[in-house]
Design a protein around this ligand. Structure first.
Ligand code: SME
Length: 139
């Protein structure tokens, strides 16, 4: 419907803004839990198209955050066993869960081509972004 279309559009704008303004944010996307299925579905992104539009709970960094409800900062993706590679250029990743009414409904996922780029300031900023997105979804 119209409301979902405009939310999709605004999520895409947020992804595009983050990807273009922060030099070490090279791919930015929002995944959401896919109805009653035990999987995440890509809803909006900026950067290269990815084959990983559906991610089962527990798989990869994203799938782990779907079940842990915890922020996950990966300074070196090569050091992770449970990791889904989207691009050979990616060196680091950050995934921050998105809560609405205390429920983990999805996440923001950012890939970087820079090694170990993410600090606590990125975590704090992306937690704040997700709070704003939660307000957008509730509106
Ligand atoms: N690397 C992620 C998969 C999503 S892509 O980064 C877009 C993961 O391990 O879950």
């Amino acid at each position: 419907d119209n409301k979902n279309l405009s939310v999709d559009h605004r999520l895409t704008q947020i992804c595009e803004a983050l990807e273009s303004k922060v030099d070490y944010y090279d791919w930015v996307g929002f995944y959401f839990k896919n109805g009653d299925k035990p999987e995440l579905k890509l809803r909006a992104y900026a950067g290269e198209e990815t084959d990983h539009k559906i991610i089962p709970f527990g798989k990869g960094i994203c799938g782990q955050v779907a079940v842990s409800n915890e922020n996950f900062v990966v300074p070196d993706v090569k050091a992770q066993d449970n990791y889904i590679a989207c691009s050979i250029f990616v060196k680091a990743e950050i995934v921050i869960p998105l809560f609405v009414n205390g429920e983990n409904i999805g996440q923001i996922d950012i890939d970087s081509h820079t090694a170990d780029p993410f600090t606590d300031a990125d975590t704090d900023f992306l937690v704040w972004v997700n709070k704003k997105v939660a307000e957008l979804l509730e509106a």
